[in-house]
Design a protein around this ligand. Structure first.
Ligand code: CP
Length: 315
């Protein structure tokens, strides 16, 4: 692969390769000296056109731990504010010879478009409702480490599926790895035609969570609701918020996940989120750094190989 734009083009073997390398980086990140040189001499630019805590911080740490020169573009202070287009901004940065561009954008497809205009590796850090591939990979690594496998598991993804790029990337990845995926949420927050993805759909939490191995909660993404249906928080928590009683319908050893940012008392009870026997939310954050190190390492190897081959042709 030249870029990581989504989970869609990845094969199961490719997903396993990323997760296996990420496992090694988990070990490195737990040592006193966290540095390696996989990205030494390379330049990484992070362009976040949407807010982020976890993704931006972990991409920055990942790049620095692997020896890259990392620049975070302050998009609020950039010439985008003066009317420069996304493509002109990308071409301008491309002229400075970056090797890795990490991009988050509110519009689905914007990162794919940008990748066609530059000659470095592009990583999608979340585009609109489309994909958030490194989130799905870090979720997969978290599940694999907690459950000892990433196949034949029953996984419930709950909440605002319609507006969620996290849900979309996870549905694709977990399906490719031969898991049973259930989607649980109000019909108004369920995308049309979703059953074509081979998932089961529920609008009742107790039914949807029955005997699952993994419960993945999602935030209500009000910023993408375009003035459409917005449920009241109280009513939503009552019907779809994860609390101890609803969780009791899952397997006794089911793990609880949330990609963050989390709204306690809306989609999840704070005591469940903090329960270290069930919640793996902090592990997800830890896996995020390792997965992003692995993804950038593998893309950089491909980039170097491509550049070496091009050099041979021109000599
Ligand atoms: N999960 C996730 O993408 O979080 P941020 O928006 O904080 O990056």
């Amino acid at each position: 692969q030249s870029h990581l734009l989504g989970i869609e083009p990845l094969h199961p073997a490719g997903i396993t390769t990323i997760l296996d390398l990420a496992d090694q980086y988990v070990d490195l990140n737990r040592q006193a000296n966290k540095h390696a040189d996989a990205l030494a001499g390379l330049t990484q630019i992070n362009m976040f056109f949407e807010n982020s805590t976890r993704t931006q911080a972990s991409f920055e740490l990942a790049g620095k731990r692997l020896g890259a020169d990392v620049m975070n573009m302050a998009m609020q202070a950039s010439s985008i504010k003066k009317g420069e287009t996304l493509i002109d901004t990308a071409l301008t940065l491309n002229a400075m010879h970056p090797d890795l561009l990490v991009v988050r954008h509110p519009h689905s497809g914007a990162v794919d478009l940008l990748a066609q205009k530059v000659n470095c590796a592009v990583l999608n850090a979340g585009d609109g409702r489309h994909e958030h591939p490194t989130q799905a990979l870090l979720d997969a690594l978290t599940i694999r480490r907690a459950k000892g496998r990433l196949h034949r598991l029953s996984i419930a993804i709950c909440g605002d599926i319609a507006h969620s790029r996290v849900a979309r990337s996870n549905i694709i990845l977990l399906g490719k790895m031969e898991n049973r995926v259930r989607l649980v949420g109000p019909p108004t927050l369920m995308p049309s035609g979703i059953s074509e993805f081979g998932v089961e759909v529920f609008d009742d939490m107790r039914e949807g969570l029955r005997d699952v191995d993994v419960v993945m909660m999602l935030r209500l993404q009000r910023e993408r609701m375009d003035g459409g249906f917005i449920p009241s928080e109280r009513e939503y928590f009552h019907r779809f918020g994860l609390d101890a009683e609803k969780l009791s319908h899952a397997k006794a050893d089911a793990i609880v996940m949330h990609p963050g940012p989390m709204n306690r008392g809306v989609e999840i009870d704070g005591t469940i989120a903090d329960d270290i026997n069930r919640s793996v939310i902090q592990e997800q954050v830890e896996m995020g750094v390792a997965v992003r190190m692995a993804a950038m390492d593998l893309l950089a190897r491909n980039l170097r190989a491509r550049r070496a081959a091009e050099k041979e042709v021109t000599v």
